[in-house]
Design a protein around this ligand. Structure first.
Ligand SMILES: Nc1nc2c(c(=O)[nH]1)N[C@H]1C(S)=C(S)[C@@H](COP(=O)(O)OP(=O)(O)OC[C@H]3O[C@@H](n4cnc5c(=O)[nH]c(N)nc54)[C@H](O)[C@@H]3O)O[C@H]1N2
Ligand SMILES: Nc1nc2c(c(=O)[nH]1)N[C@H]1C(S)=C(S)[C@@H](COP(=O)(O)OP(=O)(O)OC[C@H]3O[C@@H](n4cnc5c(=O)[nH]c(N)nc54)[C@H](O)[C@@H]3O)O[C@H]1N2
Ligand code: SF4
Ligand SMILES: [Mo]
Length: 712
């Protein structure tokens, strides 16, 4: 394999930048530009550029670990012993407490094949309903709102290449300058082409610095902000009545709700001055086409679904959805954040973005799996509720592709729940903080060592290719599921088998997804190898009853880069306005906890940091947690730059150095969540859940900030 160049994609975020990999004789891997992939055109951020560092045996797991019954420590073991221990642990729980006492937790970084196999494994082999995944913490509010309004959730219903050609983009709670740097050029080009960029963020981020207009609302008030804008749209006669008439339903109720949100009232709630609201409406409504894009800022709120709904309402009222260069989109986060939510690792879902409660979907998928539809369990709990039930109703857990000890809300409680399990098995590439608590840890292969598909934030299905062999001692997640299925009695039926070849899994996924909203049946590895991805839905030629317009007889479906241009995916083809009203955050400041905490990301670390904290170059750029605060707040606290600050919420206390800047509101502090230990931001966060999406309120809670005197 030496010196062979392999075209593939980055292991990290949903942009899924194309890159070329060349293994060198000394065992290292060189990353080079892959200019033919149109989304990033060769550009990579520092994480992508340094990703091969995590392939090195020096930082990763290369042997299974089992907890010694004598010393209580994790010690190296053979694969058979480790797999037997897992089958025994999960099997015992199932025998003693029933199938629903076994939980499964997945991740949006897993390939489509892995996510599909994991969902199937939970339902068919374990027979448990208790499966969910970290994508619940990511884009679930946007997904719920998209389904309500459009009948379908594909994060971006158009490719990123449309962004520079529209007239105005409102980017709500999204900081691509740090979270998707190569995508920033789409916004820069928008401006070069004469379009305007409006950024809504309580912080003046690097992205906001690029904007023509920056609105800095109080955290958790985006819902009121969108309603205030809609009020002005109506008051200024800027609604598109012909479009509303032709393509939507439910306007009257929504208009009435918006009329109750006077600009002055919205200014009081959000802190955004009325003239800024008017300017936003003008910039958004004047051009021919415009877009609203949201990310985690407005979504990770206990009212995230309604908040996204309010921004969608603004698009619908102004005729900016389902038309060329116009629409609402969500910037999905994880490498396979889109595909990971389509193929069955979510609590309520079957492959193809089907519903577990839909009898026809159950019959179809059970047919592909070769099981009785009645044997499939019903929907289970959402991610936080599942983690909260560990040690209670759920006694054993199989975890693949997440590090909740760092990334879950109210993390000290989640950690304590994980510790109280009868049995925990973790598959990971490194010994994450969560893996360190396991009874058995299995070392698995990663991106450059295995082939598989991901679906990017554009809804583009991509092929990641194997570029080099895995180190000895490491096996793939698919092999793990295959071995566990054999040990836990998946039966001899060939259809119930768990293939270890990713292409074979994909072939089954195609059939399972056929006719569903996320129809992949017309996509094959061969096609993906030839093209730069295929946008779903892409039904197979033939008489598949699909929600996507089918190809002509025998013709190959081209895929669907742009959705909704003719009709929305609702029964009558019309988009739905969703009536929403402002409501307070689950926790508002008071005398004891007078400051708002919000959380998010920095460019050089990824998520829980399990992978990127093992890369020297990234640690040098982002060595640890910090508390970002305004000079006025710092002065009130008597804090100087770098002073250790204790941030205290009703859930706990975290300590990190002060970083003082006027780029944040004086009533708010910000912490990145990439670190464990004393500076873990999630020790503080509030697990209040959105009633529809079950998304926790990562973006707002009330805290008290003090200079940590013991250490200063
Ligand atoms: N470097 C890096 N890149 C990543 C990741 C990473 O961990 N590190 N993770 C990937 C993943 S999984 C995801 S989901 C994406 C996330 O990508 P983004 O959503 O861009 O990232 P965040 O930093 O979580 O949040 C974005 C912004 O929301 C703002 N914000 C906070 N509270 C509010 C609020 O109440 N309203 C509004 N309007 N804004 C608010 C924050 O100040 C922040 O600047 O990034 C992906 N890319
Ligand atoms: N306070 C706060 N908390 C947040 C957020 C926030 O904005 N603020 N954002 C939330 C969001 S959007 C997200 S997406 C979550 C993410 O948080 P996590 O779910 O913790 O995500 P990662 O850190 O990416 O964890 C992935 C784990 O899987 C491992 N891994 C990587 N590839 C593979 C593979 O192929 N197979 C297996 N078995 N393992 C693999 C990695 O080494 C790592 O340990 O965090 C959430 N938590
Ligand atoms: S932007 Fe995302 S996909 Fe691109 S190189 Fe960075 S982490 Fe990888
Ligand atoms: Mo995410």
């Amino acid at each position: 394999m030496q010196n062979t160049v392999t075209s593939t994609h980055c292991p990290y975020c949903a942009l899924q930048c194309g890159m070329n990999l060349t293994p060198a004789p000394d065992g290292t891997v060189e990353v080079s530009e892959r200019a033919d992939f149109p989304v990033n055109r060769g550009a990579l951020c520092g994480k992508g550029r340094t990703a091969p560092a995590v392939l090195s045996s020096a930082v990763r797991l290369t042997s299974p670990l089992v907890r010694s019954r004598e010393s209580g420590e994790l010690v190296p073991a053979g694969w058979d012993e480790a797999l037997d221990r897992i089958a025994e642990g999960l099997g015992r729980t199932r025998g003693e407490h029933g199938a629903d006492a076994v939980g499964v937790f997945g991740g949006g970084g897993l390939t489509n094949e892995k996510a599909y196999a994991l969902g199937k494994f939970a339902r068919v082999v374990l027979g448990t309903s208790q499966i969910d995944y970290n994508g619940r913490f990511c884009m679930s509010s946007a997904a719920a709102a998209g389904i309500k309004a459009f009948g379908l959730d594909r994060g971006l219903p158009f490719p990123l290449e449309d962004v520079p050609r529209t007239g105005c983009v409102i980017l709500v709670g999204s900081n691509p300058a740090e979270t998707m740097p190569p995508a920033l050029r789409y916004f820069a080009e928008l401006k070069e082409n004469g379009g305007t960029l409006i950024v809504v963020d309580p912080r003046r981020t690097k992205t906001a610095e690029l904007a023509d207009l920056h609105l800095a609302p109080r955290p958790g008030t985006d819902l009121a902000l969108a309603l205030g804008l809609l009020h002005l749209v109506v008051a200024e006669g800027r609604s598109d009545e012909a479009y509303i008439q032709e393509r939507t339903a439910g306007w009257e109720e929504t208009r009435a709700a918006a009329m109750a949100h006077w600009p002055e009232y919205v200014e009081r709630i959000t802190g955004v001055p009325v003239p800024r609201l008017r300017e936003t409406v003008r910039l958004f409504c004047e051009p021919e086409a415009a877009m609203v894009l949201t990310a985690r800022g407005p979504e990770q709120q206990a009212k995230g679904t309604d908040t996204v709904g309010a921004w969608i309402n603004l698009c619908l009222a102004t005729g900016r959805a389902g038309r060329p260069l116009s629409g609402y989109g969500c910037l999905t986060g994880q490498g396979n954040g889109q595909g990971g939510r389509e193929h069955g690792q979510k609590a309520d879902q079957l492959p193809g973005y089907r519903k577990l409660t839909d009898p026809a979907a159950r019959a179809h998928v059970a047919g592909v799996w070769g099981v009785d539809p009645d044997s499939l369990p019903g929907p289970g709990r959402s991610a936080y509720e599942l983690l909260d039930a560990l040690g209670g109703d759920i006694r054993s857990l199989l975890l693949m592709g997440s590090n909740p000890v760092v990334s879950a809300p109210r993390a000290a409680h989640v950690e304590e729940r994980i510790r109280s399990l009868d049995f925990l098995a973790v598959c990971d590439v490194v010994l994450s903080e969560t893996a360190a608590l396991a009874d058995v840890v299995l070392p698995v292969t990663q991106w450059a060592e295995e082939t598989g598909t991901t679906t990017s934030l554009e809804g583009r299905v991509l092929l990641r290719r194997r570029a080099l062999p895995a180190p000895d001692g490491v096996r793939s997640d698919l092999e793990v599921l295959h071995e566990l299925a054999a040990r836990l009695g998946a039966g001899p039926s060939p259809q119930k088998r768990f293939p270890t070849d990713p292409e074979e899994v994909f072939e089954e996924l195609r059939r399972a997804s056929a006719g569903g909203p996320a129809d992949y049946s017309g996509i094959s590895y061969r096609r993906l190898a030839e093209d730069n991805g295929v946008f779903w839905p892409c039904p197979a030629p033939g008489p598949t009853p699909s929600e996507a317009p089918g190809p002509a007889d025998g013709a190959v479906h081209p895929g669907t880069p742009r959705l909704f241009l003719d009709r929305f995916a609702t029964e009558d083809g019309r988009a739905r306005f969703v009536p929403v009203a402002h409501r307070a955050n689950a926790e508002e400041p008071d005398d004891e906890y007078p400051v708002l905490l919000t959380t998010g990301r920095v460019v050089a670390q990824y998520q829980s940091g399990a992978q990127t904290r093992r890369v020297d170059e990234l640690n040098a750029a982002a060595p640890g947690p910090f508390v970002q605060l305004h000079p006025r707040l710092a002065e009130r606290l008597g804090a100087a730059e770098g002073d250790p600050l204790a941030v205290v919420s009703r859930r706990g206390r975290a300590v990190a150095p002060a970083r003082i800047t006027t780029a944040i509101r004086p009533d708010t502090v910000f912490m990145p969540f990439h670190w464990a230990g004393e500076g873990r931001a999630n020790t503080l966060t509030n697990p209040a859940l959105d009633p529809t999406s079950r998304m926790p309120e990562f973006k707002v809670c009330a805290v008290r900030v003090e200079v940590e005197t013991a250490r200063s």
